[in-house]
Design a protein around this ligand. Structure first.
Ligand code: ADE
Length: 247
């Protein structure tokens, strides 16, 4: 996958792209990220990319010309079907399903907004979708773009050593993850649940499924409502209900 990022802070991405999974994904050529400085498309000698809002008010607005020219240039390479995504708190909430959908694309263009926002004509003419990473306001779209790149890159074929881990993790199955333990089996009076030491794979699998359901039920009950429950999940939820009734 090829991802183009348009930003006024290209340095923001350097260390993140050179670290951990993103560095490996790039080295394996599963992912290429090109970070473009928006100021390269600003026509004036000071490379101005923002201006005062028509109608007055606080803050600055990102000018339409540099952004639209940048996207048009990148689209001439990428082809007209490439998604052009504006990171903004006004966008659709980014989630695992969206990451999976984007991971199927060959190329993405990400625009990092700044200041009070971008001139509306950028949306009208080149943006195909808008994504938010949550209901809070960042100073710019750069951290949001990194979140999208991270979540998408790890889904690309060949990036994770063990693809099975994708299926068991939170949201992959629609449930939050069960609790994990490693050695030592005892630490300051806290012990690892017996079943995990038993070597009994079937019991371990069932325990994990139940704990994933417990966590989801306690912390994110709305996720359970969106799931088609298996026979076993229904049984385990009934057990959890019964445990609660005893308390
Ligand atoms: N830009 C500023 N805040 C943002 C958010 N929450 N998500 C995506 N882009 C943003």
């Amino acid at each position: 996958m090829h991802i183009d990022v348009i930003t006024i802070f290209p340095d923001f991405f350097s260390s993140a792209l050179d670290c951990s999974m993103l560095a490996r994904a790039r080295q394996a050529e599963a992912l290429a990220v090109e970070v473009h400085d928006l100021r390269n498309w600003a026509a004036d000698k000071h490379h101005v990319v923002d201006d005062y809002p028509y109608g007055g008010g606080a803050g600055m607005v990102m000018k339409p010309e540099p952004l639209i020219l940048a996207v048009e240039d990148l689209l001439s390479e990428a082809g007209p079907d490439c998604p052009v995504i504006l990171l903004t708190p006004q966008g659709q909430q980014f989630d695992q399903a969206k990451a999976e959908q984007l991971a199927k694309q060959e190329q993405l263009i990400l625009i990092c907004g700044h200041y009070e926002g971008v001139d509306e004509r950028v949306r009208q003419s080149v943006v195909t979708e808008e994504l938010s990473i949550g209901d809070y306001i960042l100073t710019g779209g750069e951290p949001a773009a990194l979140v999208v790149i991270e979540a998408v890159a790890r889904l690309l074929p060949g990036v994770l050593g063990n693809p099975a881990s994708l299926e068991s993790e939170s949201f992959g199955s629609g449930l939050l993850e069960y609790p994990h333990y490693t050695r030592p089996a005892q630490w300051r009076g806290m012990s690892v649940p017996e079943v995990l030491l038993s070597g009994h794979h079937q019991k371990i699998r069932r325990w994990r499924h139940k704990e994933a359901l417990r966590r989801t039920r306690e912390r994110r009950p709305e996720l359970l409502e969106q799931l088609e429950l298996t026979e076993e999940a229904r049984e385990l939820l009934a057990e959890l209900e019964a445990e609660c009734d005893q308390d």
